[in-house]
Design a binder for this molecule. Structure first.
Ligand SMILES: Cc1cc2nc3c(=O)[nH]c(=O)nc-3n(C[C@H](O)[C@H](O)[C@H](O)COP(=O)(O)O)c2cc1C
Length: 268
């Protein structure tokens, strides 16, 4: 008789409902759901940072102007691709400013609106709540910036130095093994992180989905900005989440890394 017990045992350990199915079903919104009033939303927003202030950290002002590009919009979109075998290159402070500004910079104020108090950004955001924070690491490849981990402040057009040093080894070990070398091949790692509460307080579980959408908007802008500047860009989802969050100093729930973009030499 054929021995089949092991097959049954194996099937029994398979979950009948996967986590993503449960989540997706539960994050759906319906016609009769209760929503917060505009006043309630505004009150909650008053207790939330528009962007973390990092008041005690060294602040470096970014240039006022953006880098020009000689490429057309069509060329930029059609030539965007994931860079293969990049190498670190020098990045000017103006190019850094351009990439960060296109990623998540402010574009216009919002003083006319009674309820949406946040200035608008280069990307759309559910309820104009802007739940993301951007960080970056560069090992001395950005002009005038010492090696270290930085945070981007959109409203101040500046960056804060959070930690000085070469963290390539920590990033390397938090990347999945087959691409751990990327840590030494790129000039810049941009970490797109979510502060989920800033969206979920209003949209509940769907706010989590909105936060991920928004990270995609930001990442695409980074891809296009880097391509416009003839730099290479890579989108990185292959990292160990807990280790990357620990490196960045997040608890992984209130704030967590959603996506990483690497910038290096171009291969256009
Ligand atoms: C969510 C996401 C995660 C990705 N993660 C990685 C990654 O960890 N490493 C990598 O080399 N490429 C990664 N990529 C890039 C894809 O492999 C790449 O976009 C795809 O092969 C299509 O090629 P193209 O970007 O050149 O058009 C990722 C892309 C996306 C959208």
């Amino acid at each position: 008789m054929k021995e089949t017990c092991w097959e049954n045992a194996e099937w029994e350990t398979e979950p009948e409902v996967h986590c993503w199915e449960l989540f997706h079903e539960n994050a759906k919104t319906g016609r009769y759901d209760k929503a917060l009033t505009n006043e309630q939303v505004l009150k909650q927003m008053e207790n939330m940072y528009e962007s973390f202030p990092y008041k005690l950290k060294k602040r470096i002002q970014l240039p006022d102007s953006l880098s020009p590009t000689d490429r057309t919009f069509e060329e930029i979109i059609l030539s965007r691709k994931t860079v293969q075998e990049p190498e670190p290159v020098k990045i000017s402070l103006r190019d850094l400013r351009t990439i960060l500004h296109f990623a998540y910079g402010e574009t216009r104020d919002n003083k006319e609106d009674e309820y949406i108090k946040r200035p608008f950004r280069t990307v759309p955001s559910g309820g104009a709540l802007y739940p993301l924070e951007l960080y970056f690491f560069s090992n001395g490849h950005v002009e005038d910036l010492e090696a270290g981990l930085y945070h981007y402040s959109p409203s101040k057009n500046s960056v804060c130095l959070l930690r000085t040093g070469d963290f390539s080894d920590q990033i390397s070990s938090a990347l999945v093994e087959f691409q751990s070398n990327l840590a030494y091949q790129l000039s810049l790692f941009i970490f797109i992180t979510g502060v989920f509460q800033r969206s979920t307080f209003k949209y509940r579980d769907k706010g989590y989905r909105f936060t991920l959408f928004e990270a995609g908007h930001v990442a695409q802008n980074i891809n296009l900005a880097a391509t416009a500047l003839n730099l290479g860009v890579i989108n990185i989802g292959g990292y160990h989440d807990r280790e990357m969050d620990q490196f960045l100093g997040f608890d992984g729930l209130r704030q967590s890394t959603i996506y990483i973009n690497g910038i290096g030499s171009g291969n256009q």
